[in-house]
Design a binder for this molecule. Structure first.
Ligand code: PRX
Length: 653
């Protein structure tokens, strides 16, 4: 096993002794009770799937498991949009707020009821239909956090057209790679999205991507930034031109009955090689898994005002801004902008104004707020908050306690939720009101989920006996059904190390109480600000620059972003680097992948540490990046090179 991500964090986790048992008041009103789960996963998921979802045809068989392929709720038909929108209107919840949408400009606010959402979705679906979208069409979505984004996802689900949402911060190359992989015929985008008062040219990027994605015939453009865009005749349509004139009567565009296992969407995620993996999610199991976890873990009540401060461009937004909350008829906040616009108290202002009862965000955001200081939160009344959530990376105990003390008034439960793009739904998390919380631990498996920690030989490591590979032994409803068009890679990445069980790629240990402590990735995947990045992908972006001969990328721990990208670069012709060249290379990585992948540090070096057989010893580069004593260097071809690199890295820092 390679080194998990953050040694200091792990050291502090091992020493962590604080315990927070549930308060009797919270427990008395909690959705989750101690007897929620009696140990029979099939009974649990059968009940949740039947009761929580509305079926056009009821399922006849709970699951089929032919490792690594799972099917859930077999024989059933349903529609994701119907479950998220229409049935709530039919059940008298039309006036209930689905989203309080707030633009980055604090003056931009829209309250969208379930009836409004239905009207918007029906109009969009009618427009898409008119443009030729039908059951089985593939659609790429490249947007910011505007209401039209969930509307588009729901309208496509209504028609039975699978989509892939590409995070708005990704580059044209990243977008075209995904459009080509999925052979998308349609793209939905915006003119521009707002970020810290400036417009980011999404359409310009989409144009560049579509130039190298020949499958795309039609593009729909939402006006938001007001920036100039070029509209290509015959291909591009303004959203308002095609959507506004459509009927909003649901009878004009009924929800397509879909098989339980019909593909709902593909979400691309970084793996250990250069090419992102197309993680496939289907309909019934995904909806059952996301809505069940959402209900119990965030203690969702009819009066809850829930805010997940993620971006819909990532899996967290799909599962816990769009599908899970809407299935549960939840009122959510959706925010377009950054936490520091116009000032660093924007989040707390939003919570106060909407009286939000749940906040779900990433540790990197919590650490950023810690750095800014508690005074920003103190300006606002946050007493509405009842549950705080964390996701995306290990949360260090200090950040956990700061979050509870300063945002949660020292009393709200903090649920540290572990899961992945591939999982679709939260797999390990406390149940507020039931679980005794431990800062830094995601605590217990969710009902019906059976994770374990294996040693190198595939033996389960008993509680309290040390760390190993996190695996999941049984299938779960929202699990990925494969990698799009790449079942060999699917088998190889997740199922080959320990046959028949899912290997997550994380290190973990289980303590004497059966609580899970996550210890970061054990492969070449990094986690920067809760975003997954692949070392190889960034290396490929660097060597794509004409002056770069060789590059090796590793991660170091960072107080705010969790991990930060460090790149060691050899320039062609033995040239020396400069701060200007470093900036140029950073910008190049941003251009090829997206700004989130920019290296924090670039160290120019004449050589990389290699074994005699020519393999780069990343372990040593990581030691240098972490500024710690070097591990075994005896297999190096030239041992002096690491000292040289270490000296250069120090100079660069
Ligand atoms: O390393 C784990 C980390 O994030 C990875 C999954 O990243 P992604 O697919 O982008 O999904 C992020 C949001 C679900 C995992 O392999 N991770 C996620 N949540 C936690 C975590 N690590 C520790 N604790 C968590 N709560």
């Amino acid at each position: 096993m390679t080194q998990p991500q953050d040694n200091q964090n792990i050291a502090s986790l091992l020493l962590e002794q604080r315990r927070y048992p549930p308060s009797p008041d919270f427990a008395a009103q909690a959705n989750a009770k101690a007897d929620l789960y009696d140990g029979d996963p099939d009974e649990f998921w059968e009940r949740e799937g039947r009761d929580r979802l509305s079926w056009f045809t009821p399922f006849t068989k709970l699951k089929e498991w032919d490792p690594p392929f799972a099917k859930w709720y077999l024989g059933g038909t349903l529609n994701a949009c119907y479950n998220c929108v229409d049935r709530h209107v039919e059940n008298g919840l039309g006036d209930k707020v689905a989203y309080y949408w707030e633009g980055e400009n604090p003056a931009d606010k829209i309250t969208i009821s379930y009836a409004d959402l239905q009207r918007r979705v029906v109009k969009a679906a009618n427009a898409f239909k008119e443009l030729g979208v039908s059951k089985g069409s593939h659609v790429g979505i490249y947007m910011g956090m505007v209401p039209e984004l969930p509307v588009t996802m729901l309208a496509l689900a209504r028609l039975g057209a699978p989509f892939t949402v590409v995070f708005g911060g990704f580059s044209p190359d990243s977008l075209s790679g995904r459009l080509n992989d999925m052979q998308c015929q349609y793209v939905v985008t915006q003119d521009g999205s707002w970020r810290r008062g400036k417009v980011f040219d999404l359409k310009v990027n989409a144009d560049a991507a579509m130039d190298s994605a020949p499958s795309v015939t039609t593009c729909i453009v939402v006006k938001r930034g007001g920036n100039d865009v070029v509209m290509k005749d015959g291909r591009d349509h303004w959203w308002a031109d095609v959507v506004d004139r459509q009927s909003d009567d649901p009878a004009t565009c009924p929800c397509e009955p879909m098989d339980s296992e019909a593909m709902l969407f593909v979400m691309y995620s970084s793996g250990t090689t250069g090419k992102p993996k197309g993680v496939v999610h289907t309909t019934a199991g995904y909806l059952a898994g996301t809505s069940t976890t959402h209900h119990y873990i965030f203690d969702i009540k009819p009066e809850t005002v829930y805010w997940c401060a993620a971006d819909i461009g990532w899996i967290t937004g799909h599962s816990y801004i769009v599908f899970g909350p809407l299935v549960n008829a939840t009122t959510s906040v959706m925010y377009e902008g950054t936490p520091d616009y116009p000032d660093k108290d924007r989040w707390w202002d939003i919570i106060e104004r909407y009286k939000a009862t749940v906040l779900y965000c990433a540790p990197t955001a919590i650490r950023t707020h810690m750095k800014w200081g508690p005074e920003y939160a103190q300006r606002h009344d946050l007493s509405s908050l009842k549950v705080l959530g964390s996701v995306g990376e290990p949360i260090n105990p200090e950040a956990w306690v700061w979050y509870r003390d300063n945002i949660g008034a020292g009393k709200t439960p903090v649920v540290d939720t572990w899961w992945q793009t591939e999982n679709g739904m939260i797999l390990i998390s406390p149940l507020p009101g039931v679980t005794t919380l431990k800062p830094g631990s995601a605590t217990k498996p969710f009902p019906g989920i059976e994770p374990a920690v294996y040693d190198n030989d595939g033996n389960e490591i008993p509680p309290g006996q040390g760390a190993g590979f996190l695996v999941v032994k049984k299938p779960w409803p929202a699990m990925l059904r494969g990698l799009y068009n790449d079942n060999d890679r699917f088998r190889d990445v997740y199922w080959s190390r320990f046959p028949g069980v899912y290997m997550a790629g994380d290190g973990a240990r289980v303590d004497e109480d059966g609580d899970f402590w996550l210890m970061g990735r054990i492969d070449d995947v990094m986690n920067v600000s809760g975003h997954r990045l692949s070392t190889i992908e960034i290396e490929s972006a660097l060597v794509d620059h004409p002056e770069v001969a060789e590059a090796a990328v590793t991660a170091r721990s960072d107080a705010i972003t969790g991990q930060a990208v460090v790149a060691y670069v050899i320039l062609k012709g033995g040239k020396d680097g400069s701060p200007e060249k470093a900036k140029e290379l950073r910008d190049h990585v941003a251009k090829v992948i997206g700004p989130i992948a920019k290296p924090a540090n670039i160290v120019f070096t004449p050589e990389l540490p290699k074994t005699r057989s020519g393999k780069i010893m990343r372990r040593l580069l990581k030691d240098v990046a972490e500024n710690r004593a070097l591990g075994d260097t005896t297999t190096l071809a030239d041992a002096s090179i690491v000292d040289e690199i270490a000296a250069r890295a120090k100079a660069e820092a």
